[in-house]
Design a protein around this ligand. Structure first.
Ligand code: F6R
Length: 219
């Protein structure tokens, strides 16, 4: 895995936006996996400003909460607010895992996959212990993840404890993977994922087995 250290969040955001732009311009009907969370917000902001032609692009989000009493905090809503509503993406081309759970579980022929990384090494909501062969499925969120996600909800008791997540196998079937991490608190886990043992205890470590992964980090 190649790591690129950027000087700040701004640079991380436009560097990753450059990759997405280049992908869409080279192949207008690209298939792209997208994350939510704090890290990609700057990338989406940057992409919106660039006014790209998304009309043929298909997007696949990594995860969505289940039993969420706060639909305004759903990942679909996050994407609508941060990207979808400000581009010419067609809603029929924006896929969420809870709607394709019963369809072909992997082999989406994805050109580009953007990922964040959780403090416990999760990618999407594949928590520690997830099988490297995992497919798209419903999962229980770990205590740490619920705690991390509580910043978006009125209180920790309001955070959904279940989600539907894309599995590690479909993520690994992407042609190119970009992993983004912003902040010193992500440094140790990133190092473990990139250089430590490849183990299901650190789900992101599976990326060491992919031949086309780039890591973008700023602290
Ligand atoms: C979100 C997702 C998660 C996040 C991860 C990092 O769709 O799949 O794996 O990428 O939890 O979140 P942030 O960016 O908020 O630190």
């Amino acid at each position: 895995m190649k790591i690129k250290i950027l000087k700040d969040y701004n640079e991380l955001s436009y560097t990753v936006a450059d990759i997405v732009q280049e992908q869409i311009e080279r192949k207008p009907n690209s298939r792209i996996i997208l994350p939510t969370g704090s890290t990609p917000i700057g990338v989406y902001k940057e992409l919106v400003e660039r006014k790209l032609d998304w009309s043929q692009v298909k997007t696949f989000n990594l995860d969505e909460y289940v039993m969420n009493s706060y639909p305004e905090h759903s990942y679909l809503n996050f994407m609508i607010e941060n990207l979808f509503d400000h581009t010419n993406l067609l809603s029929k081309n924006c896929y969420f895992p809870d709607t394709w759970l019963h369809e072909t579980p992997y082999g989406y022929d994805v050109d580009l996959c953007l990922l964040g990384i959780g403090g416990n090494g999760h990618i999407a909501f594949n928590e520690p212990g997830s099988s490297f062969d995992s497919l798209t499925r419903m999962v229980e969120l770990s205590e740490e993840t619920v705690k991390d996600n509580s910043r978006f909800f009125p209180s920790i008791d309001d955070v959904p404890t279940q989600a539907v997540t894309m599995g590690l196998k479909p993520i690994m079937s992407s042609k190119r993977i970009i992993i983004m991490a912003n902040g010193k608190h992500k440094k140790d886990i990133l190092d473990k994922a990139m250089n430590g043992e490849v183990t299901e205890d650190v789900p992101a470590s599976i990326l060491q087995r992919h031949e086309n992964v780039e890591v973008f980090y700023c602290d």
